[in-house]
Design a protein. Structure first.
Length: 384
């Protein structure tokens, strides 16, 4: 089995500088790509292509979920790849029920386009223009969506939206993650070319290693190597684990696996010294965290399973809050308290238990350190 490599492009870490090549159309080659992009200084343009076959009224529209074949997603980060401040989701088609575009930090639900993008043409040119107080999305020059950052939705389901929306407007976004956009193109249009002389924004320094335009860092899909083997000492050999500061990680552990009722997805958690803290396990039937959580899987999380094949999901335990997310949407959350919080706040390593080579996880070198037996072929136990 061949495991894809996720390409990451970096600019300098001391200030957000756009790679000059990104002012020309640049192909997104994978479904997950990172790019340094100072969003206050450049308009983000995306060249997308409407699929030839699509459904403007899918049955799951009631859940505000849309086709991956039509969906574009950009995650906005400030100062660090661990500091997500916004999420943009929009589509290459107009849905009958208006589930077309959404800024997670401002909108309670998806908003409707004003018309079918690009008049129904296959090739589309989208522009996201972020300013301090507002943002506009156009397609082939026609405004399809706009948002004032002082007017985030007010709703008891998401009481913090107005504050989050205003915070997004104030955030000096300097790096973007593109998801589900393989085969599309992006470029940056300097704003000072459009509206006179503009001084580049100054962005906060970070403690990430200094890299420069053109440097490449690879994120890889590794198989979920089973630690319950003699070679791994039945989950006691630290060379079969991945070191990660889970309690401070926004990203957590991203896994792609088959979700079933009777088949568990199991992650063993360790402290820094390699002591086994317990297992996080879940299936479509239930969710467990050793000694602390035992509950049924919420209906919304069960419905998030891919219609066919594998589903990509993430487990995180930042600040003692257990979360399961799908497509950056939190579908399960449980706040640990007392001894449980104290115990799992020590989680610094993880390994996979009784999971097959067909499942994978995203290895992030920026925050993970793999043991010697955690390799693309699980030290020879998985065929590539």
């Amino acid at each position: 089995m061949i495991y894809p490599i996720v390409l990451t492009l970096f600019g300098t870490a001391l200030s957000a500088v756009l790679d000059p090549s990104l002012t020309e159309w640049t192909l997104l080659e994978t479904t997950y790509e990172r790019v340094m992009f100072p969003l206050r200084d450049y308009i983000l343009e995306v060249k997308s292509f409407r699929p030839d076959v699509y459904d403007t009224n899918p049955p799951y529209g009631e859940l505000f979920r849309t086709d991956k074949s039509t969906t574009m997603m950009v995650l906005l980060h400030e100062g660090s790849w661990n500091n997500k401040v916004g999420r943009l989701v929009w589509n290459t088609i107009k849905y009958d029920r208006g589930f077309d575009v959404n800024i997670e930090e401002c909108d309670v639900r998806y908003e409707a386009y004003k018309s079918f993008p690009a008049g129904g043409r296959k090739e589309q040119i989208w522009s996201w223009n972020f300013n301090q107080d507002d943002v506009a999305l156009t397609c082939d020059g026609e405004v399809q969506y706009s948002q004032n950052f002082n007017e985030g939705d007010v709703n008891p389901r998401k009481p913090d939206l107005p504050a989050k929306c205003r915070a997004l407007g104030d955030a000096p976004v300097d790096r973007l993650i593109f998801k589900h956009m393989e085969g599309f193109y992006i470029r940056g249009i300097p704003k000072d070319n459009l509206q006179g002389t503009t001084q580049p924004s100054v962005y906060p320094t970070t403690d990430e290693p200094t890299t420069y335009p053109g440097d490449i860092v690879y994120e890889k899909e590794y198989p979920t190597c089973n630690c319950w083997t003699p070679e791994c000492g039945y989950c006691r050999n630290m060379e079969c684990t991945v070191k990660q500061d889970l309690v401070n990680s926004d990203s957590g552990i991203q896994v792609t696996s088959h979700l079933k009722r009777k088949r568990l997805n199991s992650i063993v958690l360790y402290d820094e010294d390699g002591n086994n803290l317990g297992k996080f396990q879940w299936s479509l039937r239930g969710i467990w965290l050793s000694g602390c959580i035992q509950c049924q899987t919420p209906a919304e999380l069960r419905r998030a399973r891919a219609a066919e094949g594998q589903t990509t999901w993430s487990f995180s335990i930042k600040d003692g809050v257990v979360r399961i997310t799908v497509d950056e949407e939190v579908l399960y959350e449980n706040v640990l308290v007392g001894e449980c919080k104290e115990k799992y706040s020590q989680a610094k390593r993880f390994a996979f238990y009784d999971m097959t080579c067909e499942n994978t996880f995203l290895y992030r070198p920026s925050e993970m350190e793999a043991g010697e037996r955690v390799t693309p072929d699980c030290a020879g136990t998985c065929q590539q």
